[in-house]
Design a protein around this ligand. Structure first.
Ligand code: NAD
Length: 494
């Protein structure tokens, strides 16, 4: 990652974008477009086509046609594997371009986006490429005189709706296993970060993915997203985003064709620091980044920090010292630690949450104000709150911004109770020097992910998903592949 390369790429003009349907780039049938606005400086980057129901229908029909024709679903697995590897090759060849384009679109600091976006997307395509020819069926232990075969088959048309925070990484977590399983896909990026995914569509075509197998339709949630969710010929809807939209999607499925819906939603993840943590300085540093990186716009962010009372004051002091020193600024500067907030709307939401936390009696230790390192952009100083109580909004609701709520606890039982006092269950962490306590906590915490003496682990081999209102189903790992396969039983009388 070189600053000169990034500086050169950020000057590139970005052309207006069309929809990718059936291997062709087309305008929306209505001719409507949306602006792509950079949070770095509030300036427009280009216009993107805004798909409506007619375009969604065209994209789903193209996906269905390609699926039934078998151009991909019945391609020999070894050939499919080669194409997925070539997609990874194309992503790697365009690594810098994709990373810079994505940051111009959503404001994530480049130091993080570089690895998390094209880096991890290429890794996902490679991982699932390697799975393609390892999906075996089964023979069931049926009674003598019968043969029970369990086939694993692609499901059909998969619709993927993704958010703006890590568009390429999250889309790849869905598109790569869906394609590896032999499905055809319609991908809808967020209207706030479509550029890198439209580019991914082009790279997939160049890699030899047959037309219609991956369609990419930009547009609003209310128009394009809703039409996809209600389409009668979509078999699976796989979604990452907010809880309220997740609810709408379940309703849309119930009111249409009962398509299978996988939801990866938000969280209010507890990060628990015991006084026996092996290294409090390290715990403070990792915990601060665990909430503040990407301006808190990380689904697994450790936004609730539970600290054992003996070390509470010392730990808050450490966090304050780290928070004030974090470099907030131009996300395309390689030394920036915290980039831009994704939109003016999100910044306003964050600032309102700061005000509301203070009104409810939390103490703002540091940060929480808008910053202006670049005129017209959206930036915020990481906010640290203590004296937060479990009933406060800041302890209960996801903000999706750089706001950390600190609460003290006395005992392990107390910590478990506070940690589980949430409607969410996405991620969590425990800092302790006791192996026994670590294992007890892993079992006791109601969450899809428990970290021990660390926070965040981007490895594709581990499943990521939530329990309770953080969703269902998992992205990543071999388990994600199963989501996009159907089981078919064949009973044979011998
Ligand atoms: P969002 O729910 O507003 O939007 C997500 C996607 O849904 C976008 O593509 C949007 O256009 C679409 N959408 C909006 N309304 C729709 C509708 N009525 N019908 C169909 N589609 C619709 O979420 P966001 O603001 O883009 O992302 C932030 C949220 O995503 C946070 O809650 C965050 O925690 C969550 N998230 C979760 C994970 C995870 O893995 N669990 C990862 C990243 C983000």
């Amino acid at each position: 990652m070189k600053q000169e390369q990034i500086d050169a790429l950020r000057q590139h003009n970005i052309a207006d974008q069309q929809l990718l349907i059936d291997g062709r780039w087309v305008n929306a049938a209505s001719g409507q477009t949306l602006p792509a606005v950079s949070p770095i400086d509030g300036q427009p980057l280009c216009r993107i086509a805004a798909a409506g129901p007619e375009d969604v229908d065209q994209a789903v029909q193209a996906a269905r046609r390609s699926f039934e024709q078998g151009v991909w679903s019945r391609m020999p697995p070894a050939e499919r594997k080669k194409v997925l590897h070539r997609i990874a090759d194309r992503i790697e060849a365009h690594h810098a371009e994709l990373a810079v384009m994505g940051v111009r679109d959503n404001g994530t600091e480049i130091a993080m986006a570089w690895k998390a976006e094209p880096g991890s997307a290429a890794g996902s395509f490679r991982y699932y490429a390697e799975c393609v020819d390892k999906v075996n069926g089964e023979i069931a232990p049926t009674p003598e005189g019968t043969l029970g075969l369990i086939h694993k088959e692609p499901v059909g048309v998969v619709a993927a709706i993704v958010p703006w925070n890590f568009p390429l990484m999250i889309a790849a977590w869905k598109v790569a296993p869906a394609l590896a399983a032999g499905n055809s896909v319609v991908l809808k990026p967020s209207e706030d970060a479509s550029l890198s995914l439209l580019r991914l569509g082009q790279l997939c075509l160049e890699a030899g993915l047959p037309p219609g197998v991956l369609n990419v339709i930009s547009g609003t949630g209310a128009a394009a997203g809703d039409a996809l969710a209600r389409h009668m010929d979509v078999d699976i809807l796989t979604f990452t985003g907010s809880g309220p939209v997740g609810r709408m999607l379940l309703k849309a499925s119930a009111e249409s064709n009962l398509k299978r819906v996988y939801l990866e939603l938000g969280g209010k993840s507890p990060n628990i620091v015991f006084s026996d943590a092996p290294d409090l300085a390290q715990a403070a540093k990792v915990s601060a980044l665990g909430i503040y990186r990407n301006s808190g716009q990380v689904c697994v962010a450790g936004s609730r920090l539970l600290v054992q009372r003996e070390v509470h004051d010392e730990f808050v002091d450490r966090l304050r010292d780290i928070a004030v020193k974090l470099r907030v600024g131009d996300p395309l500067d390689v030394s920036t630690e915290i980039g831009a907030v994704s939109s003016a709307r999100q910044l306003a939401k964050n600032l309102a949450a700061v005000q509301s936390a203070q009104n409810e009696g939390a103490r703002l230790v540091v940060g929480g104000q808008a910053l202006h390192p670049i005129e017209g952009g959206h930036y915020m100083a990481p906010a640290l709150f203590d004296r937060v109580t479990p009933n406060m909004t800041l302890a209960r609701e996801e903000v999706f911004g750089p706001l950390l709520a600190v609460m003290p606890f006395d005992s392990e039982v107390d910590a478990v109770r506070l940690a589980n006092e949430s409607t969410y269950g996405l991620a969590s962490a425990v800092w302790t020097g006791s192996l026994s306590r670590a294992h007890r906590m892993v079992r006791a915490i109601k969450a899809g992910v428990v970290h021990v003496n660390t926070y965040g682990g981007p490895d594709i081999t581990m499943p990521l998903g939530g329990v309770r209102q953080s969703g269902n189903g998992h992205d990543k790992s071999m388990h994600a592949l199963d989501k996009y396969l159907d089981l078919k039983s064949a009973w044979i009388q011998l």
